[in-house]
Design a binder for this molecule. Structure first.
Ligand code: ADP
Ligand code: MG
Length: 321
């Protein structure tokens, strides 16, 4: 094992490929077939050691997160995942690391029926770039610019667990009850299957990768509208509640929950007449969804606290620069 070709052959070549893949690996390009009634959706995300995950994160967790953050983008628009490319830069050939990374990759590709169709393998600081491609019916997708005044704003899951998980890791807080938050940081669950059905009821969604405050602002800016959100309706896990009880004198740190990111939950809007259908849909997927507020005519987002007073956020989400 002494070249990138050995690595590709042993760790990044998987037997089962979809039948819409014409060329996968081994040539200069991969080639796939997009059915005439479908639309192609493409997204890419990079994970860099020390930036997107602590350096000591396991190979399995890195592979898991790299796939999920890309699938979360596909979910945000209601696409069905189909193909993936992987550009990986490795400091050395560590076969045990590669074996673990590859096994997790293989498992998730199988679970979502995705083919790894190509990539690039180089030597350098650990960095993983994936490009995920998915399909949706023509013009049947969710976009950030489709929120309408009066729409109800929903989120999936609980918000802020990953931010607590990162805080726990960085501050070396040794508390078994917060292990769930670390798990949520390392193993986000892209809402892929739910989103593929949600697209029949919602025209507007985003995935929460930079915190609700920042990502809801993206919707509002793109849709030229405003939003009113009630903090009392923000879904919080029992682990998060425990964390604030034990480590923050019982006071909820909204900034931590809503501006740090890495949730990979969906925020979507629906008109009032679709609410009961979407609640049923979520139930079918055993997925918690919460109505947190409403789209308004104004062009501002206001977060109202329990006393109905606006809560301001100064840090509005993770920024690289
Ligand atoms: P090129 O001649 O374009 O530089 P490469 O040597 O980069 O080709 O890659 C050889 C083949 O292996 C290509 O088909 C490429 O898509 C595939 N490949 C390279 N790295 C990966 C990877 N990490 N995962 C999957 N396929 C890969
Ligand atoms: Mg190349």
């Amino acid at each position: 094992m002494n070249s990138e070709f050995d690595i590709i052959k042993k760790f990044f070549t998987f037997a089962d490929t979809r039948d819409d893949v014409l060329i996968a690996g081994g040539d200069d390009c991969a080639s796939v077939v997009v059915p005439p009634d479908k639309q192609l959706l493409i997204t890419t995300d990079t994970l860099i050691s020390g930036v997107h995950f602590p350096a000591e994160t396991s190979a399995e967790d890195i592979a898991y997160k790299a796939i999920m953050v890309n699938l979360s983008d596909l979910a945000a628009m209601g696409a069905t995942p189909a193909w993936l490319t992987l550009a990986i830069s490795l400091p050395e050939i560590d076969e045990s690391w590669l074996q673990k990374f590859s096994a997790t990759l293989a498992g998730l590709l199988k679970r979502f029926n995705i083919s790894l169709i190509g990539g690039d393998t180089t030597k350098g600081a650990l960095s993983i770039t994936m490009q995920a491609m998915g399909l949706c019916d023509k013009n049947k997708l969710m976009r950030r610019d489709q929120a309408k005044t009066g729409d109800k704003i929903y989120v999936t899951g609980d918000l802020g667990d990953a931010a607590i998980g990162l805080h726990v890791l960085l501050n070396k807080i040794d508390d078994k009850q917060l292990q769930v938050c670390i798990e949520r940081l390392n193993r986000p669950q892209a809402r892929v299957e739910f989103a593929q059905q949600l697209v029949f009821y919602s025209a507007c969604a985003i995935d929460i990768s930079d915190g609700l405050v920042a990502d809801l602002n993206h919707i509002v800016n793109a849709s030229a509208c405003g939003a009113q959100v009630f903090l009392s309706r923000i879904p919080i896990s029992s682990s998060a509640a425990y964390y604030f009880e034990k480590y923050n004198s019982g006071e909820i740190d909204w900034s931590m929950l809503l501006t740090r990111g890495d949730d990979y939950e969906l925020c979507f809007t629906i008109s009032e007449d679709k609410e009961s259908d979407v609640v049923k849909l979520a139930h079918r997927f055993d997925l918690k969804i919460s109505c947190i507020g409403e789209i308004t005519k104004s062009t501002a987002v206001s977060f109202l606290n329990a006393e109905n007073k606006p809560q301001n956020f100064t840090d509005t989400g993770f920024k690289h620069f």
